[in-house]
Design a protein around this ligand. Structure first.
Ligand SMILES: [Zn+2]
Length: 221
C-alpha cells in the first residue's frame, strides 16, 4: 500500500497525493462522510489460493484482538489525534478517523476492590474510605498517579471536500505526514495479518457455566 516519497516542497504533489488517495465512508454510505482508507478485503490482498483458504479460517478467530496492538501504536504515534477504524461489511476497509484523549474523570481507586472514584483523596485523615467495600487507610482509596483517559473517536469525515486551495504549505505537510503514517500503519496491520496465516487455527470447545432451576423433593415432606 505504501507509495513513493511525496515531495513536500511541492504543493502540487502533496495535493495530488491527498486527492488521489483511496477513500471510504467513516460510518454509513447515507451519512456521506468519508476519509482516507484502504481496502483490506481478502480477495484484494493478492493472496495465493492456499493463503486465501487459510485466511478465511483465520478470520473466524478474534483477529482484531491481535491487530489492535498495531492500531494502538498508531494512536500513540499520533498523540491520540487520529486512530484507525474498520468499516464496511465484515470490516473490509481500514479508515482514518480523528480522535482525542479524554479524561474519564476518575481521580482515585480502591486498593482493595479496585472501585474507581471521581473524588481525589489524601487531603484529610481517613478521607480515603472506599464507598463500596469500606476499606480505609493503606487498604483504602489512593489517587491515580496518571488519571485514566479514554480515546474519544469522531466519525466525521476528513478532507471530504478535497479542496486544499487555501491550505498553507505547513498545513499540507502536516496532513501528508498523518496520511503517510496511516498508510504505513495499514501496512503493519497487513503484515501482522499475513503472519497469522502462518499460524494454525485450532478448534477449541469451552465449557460455559450456566445457571438453571430444577425441581427437588421438598425436605419438609
Ligand atoms: Zn473498595
Amino acid at each position: 500500500m505504501s507509495q513513493k516519497k511525496i515531495d513536500r516542497r511541492s504543493k502540487e504533489s502533496m495535493v495530488q497525493f491527498l486527492n488521489d488517495h483511496f477513500r471510504y465512508n467513516t460510518m454509513n454510505s447515507w451519512n456521506g462522510s468519508t476519509s482516507y482508507a484502504h481496502c483490506i478485503k481478502l480477495h484484494n490482498l493478492g493472496l495465493s489460493s492456499e493463503q486465501l483458504d487459510k485466511a478465511f479460517k483465520v478470520i473466524q478467530t478474534d483477529i482484531w484482538d491481535e491487530l489492535d496492538m498495531q492500531i494502538q501504536d498508531f494512536v500513540t504515534q499520533m498523540h491520540g489525534a487520529y486512530t484507525i477504524g474498520s468499516n464496511g461489511r465484515s470490516g473490509g476497509y481500514l479508515v482514518l478517523l480523528s480522535s482525542e484523549w479524554k479524561s474519564t474523570g476518575y481521580k482515585s481507586y480502591c486498593r482493595t476492590c479496585y472501585q474507581r472514584n471521581y473524588k481525589a483523596c489524601g487531603n484529610t485523615e481517613g478521607d480515603n474510605t472506599c464507598g463500596s467495600c469500606r476499606a480505609t487507610g493503606d487498604q483504602g482509596r489512593v489517587n491515580y498517579a496518571m488519571p485514566p483517559r479514554q480515546l474519544s473517536v469522531s466519525h466525521a469525515g476528513i478532507d471530504d471536500e478535497g479542496d486544499f486551495e487555501d491550505w498553507s504549505m505547513e498545513q499540507l505537510r502536516a496532513r501528508v505526514n498523518v496520511v503517510e503514517a496511516f498508510d504505513s500503519a495499514c501496512d503493519d496491520i497487513l503484515v501482522a495479518f499475513l503472519d497469522m496465516l502462518e499460524m494454525d487455527v485450532v478448534e477449541e470447545t469451552i465449557m460455559v457455566p450456566e445457571k438453571r432451576y430444577v425441581l427437588q423433593t421438598s425436605h419438609a415432606q
